[in-house]
Design a protein around this ligand. Structure first.
Ligand code: HEM
Length: 304
C-alpha cells in the first residue's frame, strides 16, 4: 500500500501558498527531483505546515517512467471551447503547495523553498490563498459541498494499487479571476442558477431548475451510469479589488478533470458553463503528485 502525500487530505488549513517553478536552462531534471525529494524531509515539514509537491507529467515521466500512469499529459495547449471561448495552457515544471493554520508559518516555508530551489528552478508564479467564511468561495457560495468525505477521498484521488504511479494523484491547477461586480449585480436567484445550488446553504437545485449550463450540471459526469468524482482543495486568493479562486483538483485519473474542463468550455456539447461568464481562467497546468515512496526513491540524505 503506497502512502500518498498527506497534505492532499489535510483539511482545516486556512493559509496557503501556491508556487510554480520552471527548471532553469541547462539544469538536469533528475537533480530537481532529487532536491525536491530531499526537501520533503522533516526540516521543511515540521514547522506546522503541510507541503505537497507535483511535477510536470512529462518531466516526472522522464525521470520515473514506471511511476506514472501512461496516459497523463501536460496541459499542452489552450482548451478551445464553443464560440471562440478558450482556457489558457500555462504549464510549468514544478508545483509546490504550502498550507498551514496561519500565513506566518506558511511564509517562512515558502521563502525557504524558493531559496532552496533557486540553483535549479525559477519561480514562475506565487499565489497566496486564504479561507473565506465557512468554506465559501468569493462568489459567496459554499465550495466543496459535493467533495467526497475523507473516508472516500483516497479512492477518488489516488492512482489505484497495482497500476503505474500507485498512490500518486493527477492534479489540475487553474487560477480563476472573478468578475465580482458583474456576478454580484445578479439577483441571488440568478446567481443560484449559475452555480446550481442555493447560496445560503448549498442545497442542490433540481436539474430542470438549474439547467444544463449551471456549474453543477457541467461537472456532474458519469461513466456507464456511475458518477465520477474528483477531490477539490480550492481556496480564494487576492485582494478586495482583484480576487478569485485557485482551483486545485485531484483525481485518480486525468480523464475526469479533462472532461469537466471540456464540458465547462462547451467543447463537449456546445453548452458553456454559466460560471465562465463571471470568472476567467488565467492559468492552467496539470501536475503529477507522486506517492511518498516514489518521491523518497530520489531523496539524498545529508550524509551522502
Ligand atoms: C472559478 C472557479 C470555480 C468556482 C468559483 C467553483 C465553485 C463551485 C461551487 C460553489 C460548487 C458547488 C458546491 C460544491 O459542491 O462544491 C462547485 C461544484 C463543483 N465544481 Fe467548481 N468551481 C470552480 C471551478 C471548477 C473547475 C475548473 C472544476 C473542474 C475541473 C470544478 C469542478 C466542480 C465539481 C466536480 C463540483 C461538484 C459537482 C457536483 O457533484 O454537484 N469547479 N464549484
Amino acid at each position: 500500500m503506497h502512502v500518498p502525500q498527506s497534505g492532499i487530505f489535510a483539511l482545516g488549513t486556512s493559509s496557503h501558498s501556491y508556487l510554480e517553478f520552471d527548471l532553469n536552462k541547462d539544469a538536469d531534471p533528475l537533480n530537481l527531483v532529487q532536491l525536491v525529494a530531499s526537501l520533503q524531509e522533516p526540516r521543511m515539514t515540521t514547522g506546522g505546515v503541510n507541503l505537497v509537491v507535483g511535477f510536470r507529467p512529462s518531466l516526472w515521466r522522464k525521470i520515473a517512467p514506471e511511476l506514472i500512469p501512461e496516459d497523463v499529459k501536460d496541459f499542452e495547449q489552450p482548451l478551445e471551447g464553443v464560440d471562440g471561448y478558450s482556457m489558457p495552457a500555462t504549464q510549468h515544471d514544478l508545483w509546490f503547495w504550502v498550507a498551514g493554520s496561519a500565513y506566518n508559518v506558511v511564509f517562512d516555508v515558502t521563502k525557504a523553498a524558493i531559496t532552496a530551489l533557486a540553483p535549479l528552478a525559477t519561480l514562475a508564479s506565487e499565489v497566496a490563498g486564504w479561507s473565506y467564511k465557512e468554506s465559501r468561495d468569493l462568489t459567496g457560495f459554499i465550495d466543496g459541498t459535493e467533495n467526497p468525505s475523507l473516508a472516500e477521498a483516497p479512492e477518488v484521488t489516488l492512482v489505484p494499487e497495482g497500476l503505474p504511479g500507485a498512490g500518486g494523484s493527477v492534479l489540475l491547477v487553474q487560477q480563476w479571476t472573478h468578475q465580482a461586480a458583474a456576478f454580484e449585480a445578479l439577483p441571488v436567484e440568478a446567481q443560484e442558477k449559475v452555480i446550481g445550488r442555493t447560496k445560503l446553504n448549498s442545497t442542490e437545485l433540481a436539474e430542470e431548475v438549474r439547467g444544463p449550463a449551471s456549474h453543477v450540471s457541467r461537472n456532474v459526469i458519469e461513466v456507464d451510469g456511475v458518477e465520477q468524482h474528483i477531490f477539490r482543495r480550492n481556496s480564494p486568493y487576492g485582494t478586495a479589488t482583484e480576487h478569485g479562486t485557485m482551483f486545485i483538483g485531484f483525481s485518480c485519473e486525468q480523464s475526469r478533470l479533462a472532461r469537466m474542463l471540456s464540458r465547462m468550455a462547451g467543447a463537449e456539447d456546445g453548452i458553456r458553463d454559466a460560471l465562465t461568464f463571471y470568472t476567467t481562467a488565467v492559468t492552467g497546468a496539470y501536475y503529477f503528485v507522486p506517492s511518498v515512496e516514489a518521491l523518497n526513491q530520489f531523496a539524498i540524505s545529508e550524509e551522502e
